[in-house]
Design a protein around this ligand. Structure first.
Ligand SMILES: [Zn+2]
Length: 520
């Protein structure tokens, strides 16, 4: 297929995706995810919005320095300070892109920007020119494009390309568009903007009406050649266009679209799991492509058909999206090599130190549990990544409870700076007591909003996975951890929340931790 049939995949999980409430990722988690996105084969990674905070700045800089292959992109408003920050954060990138945006719709012009049409054009052009002085690759987004007068949008786009924008993004910022209309906007730009051939047209759709994937595909049919999307469709409000859905639609219906992407679809499922692990946002079971039931046939007549010939009811093969045919079971006698293979198949790339930790935990778990499933291994990996991504680690804890006694807990945590702190507390139960002791050690006061336990895999000896959701100063934080001991799982889940809050309070520690865990 020629280049004009190639659709570029621009992943914004680290930027727009991270804007989902409670989805904040630590620097170590962002780097882990950026590596997974590179292995997935995305064309561009939007790593963040450097002017938003010092933490965002260092995250973008770390991704720019460590990820080779895809273009690393940073977002900026059309303001000199934002653009300069983006340029600085991207300075060491092998391939960089500055993405500037400015709203163009009447609603935004009047109520947010208080700018006239000529002012909008001028500010956009100035921003693009400044970005071009720092990077040859510049993307311009006309925010709320789908609610902008088509002729004014065309005018802005023409000036933007003239000023040096190499990609023009036409976002459906509020998820308002419907496929035919959205495709018509793209068609209008293709027909009326004189220099349109000098830029790639891009789309960025939100899912407020459940139409983000349909809108993106309609736009591609009308000539757009970049789709902005996130893994699992996470993002603001109802989320963004789901990468896995748009990619598999293009691939499964290549007979219709005649288009291709550079995505290694076998990495879709592992990457999806990684995103739900680091964000704590679970994928609904019936979610297309990556949901647990996406390939499960329940009705007898379907099962019968699939056994006779899979194509009767299956339009895609589970292995094409990296979903294991069956859970391979590991046990006590499985060696380091088998474990490493399994870890890679699950989509994780661990360094030697992390691998050793997972292997030790695996051996310890295999003493307690006969059969070890993928979900168990994932829980161990997740625990290792999590434990090495925060300033506090658990040294020891002890609880006592029973009828007629007061539930108490003693906890000892170690800070990355070397200090060890111990505290004891009473509570409604042993878990409550552990959480209270940790709150005292880390000096954070939180409100527990949700607490859930579910079993990770089958069997009486299954690991319990604990999810905690807490509120701290008006923000939601989530933590997850698994163990055969529920009190320990709770302690580790809560610890990850404590670490997130501590890192947000002291962003300088992010850099310290990242250099401690840096790998090449
Ligand atoms: Zn967005």
């Amino acid at each position: 297929m020629s280049d004009s049939n190639r659709v570029l995949i621009f992943d914004t999980t680290l930027r727009d995706g991270e804007q989902s409430p409670g989805a904040t990722m630590t620097l170590a988690e962002k780097l882990e995810l950026a590596q997974a996105l590179r292995d997935l084969g995305v064309d561009a990674i939007e790593a963040g919005f450097p002017a938003a905070s010092p933490g965002e700045f260092s995250a973008v800089r770390a991704v720019a320095r460590q990820i080779e292959g895809p273009i690393v992109c940073a977002l900026a408003r059309c303001e000199a300070r934002d653009i300069d920050k983006a340029g600085e954060a991207l300075r060491d990138a092998a391939r960089r892109r500055i993405h500037v945006f400015l709203a163009t719709s009447p609603i935004h012009r009047e109520h947010k920007l208080r700018m006239s049409k000529p002012q909008v054009v001028r500010v956009a052009v100035e921003g693009i020119a400044r970005a071009r002085s720092l990077s040859d690759d510049v993307e311009f987004s006309a925010e709320d494009a789908s609610r902008t007068e088509p002729d004014f949008l065309a005018e802005v786009v023409e000036y933007a390309i003239e000023a040096g924008a190499t990609t023009i993004n036409v976002p459906d910022t509020v998820g308002y568009a419907v496929p035919e209309q959205y495709a018509a906007i793209i068609g209008h730009l293709k027909r009326t903007v004189r220099n349109i051939d000098r830029a790639t047209l891009s789309v960025h759709c939100h899912d407020d009406l459940g139409l983000s994937v349909a809108n993106s595909l309609a736009a591609v049919m009308a000539g757009a050649r970049q789709v902005e999307c996130t893994i699992n469709g996470i993002g603001e409000r109802a989320g963004n266009c789901a990468l896995e859905e748009v990619v598999m639609a293009l691939r499964t219906r290549a007979d219709f679209f005649h288009l291709s992407t550079g995505i290694n679809t076998r990495r879709l499922h592992p990457t999806s799991r990684l995103v739900s692990n680091v964000t704590g946002l679970q994928v609904q079971r019936n979610k297309a492509i990556v949901g647990q039931n996406a390939f499960a046939h329940e009705a007898g007549i379907h099962q019968h058909g699939v056994l006779m010939n899979a194509s009767t009811y299956e339009i895609m093969r589970p292995e094409d999206v990296g979903m294991g045919k069956s859970d391979l079971v590991l046990g006590k006698h499985s060696g380091r090599h088998a474990l490493r293979e399994r870890i890679n198949a699950l989509g994780y790339a661990l360094d030697e130190e992390q691998l050793k930790k997972v292997f030790d935990d695996f051996k310890a778990l295999s003493e307690k549990k006969k059969e070890i499933f993928d979900a168990d291994i994932e829980a161990l990996i997740e625990g290792t990544i999590q434990d090495s991504s925060g300033p506090w680690t658990i040294v020891a804890f002890h609880t006592s409870s029973g009828s007629g006694t007061l539930p108490t807990a003693a906890v000892c945590l170690q800070h990355v700076d070397g200090r060890k702190v111990q505290e004891a507390a009473c509570g409604d139960g042993p878990i409550d007591a552990v959480l209270k002791a940790m709150e005292r050690i880390a000096e954070v006061a939180v409100k527990l909003r949700d607490y859930q336990v579910r079993s990770v895999s089958g069997g009486m000896d299954a690991q319990g996975e604990v999810t905690v959701e807490v509120e701290h100063e008006g923000r939601i934080h989530r933590g997850r951890a698994a163990s055969t001991d529920i009190v320990e799982a709770s302690a580790r889940a809560f610890l990850s929340v404590v670490n997130r809050i501590t890192l947000e309070r002291e962003p300088s520690q992010q850099a310290m931790l990242a250099s401690a865990h840096r790998r090449d």
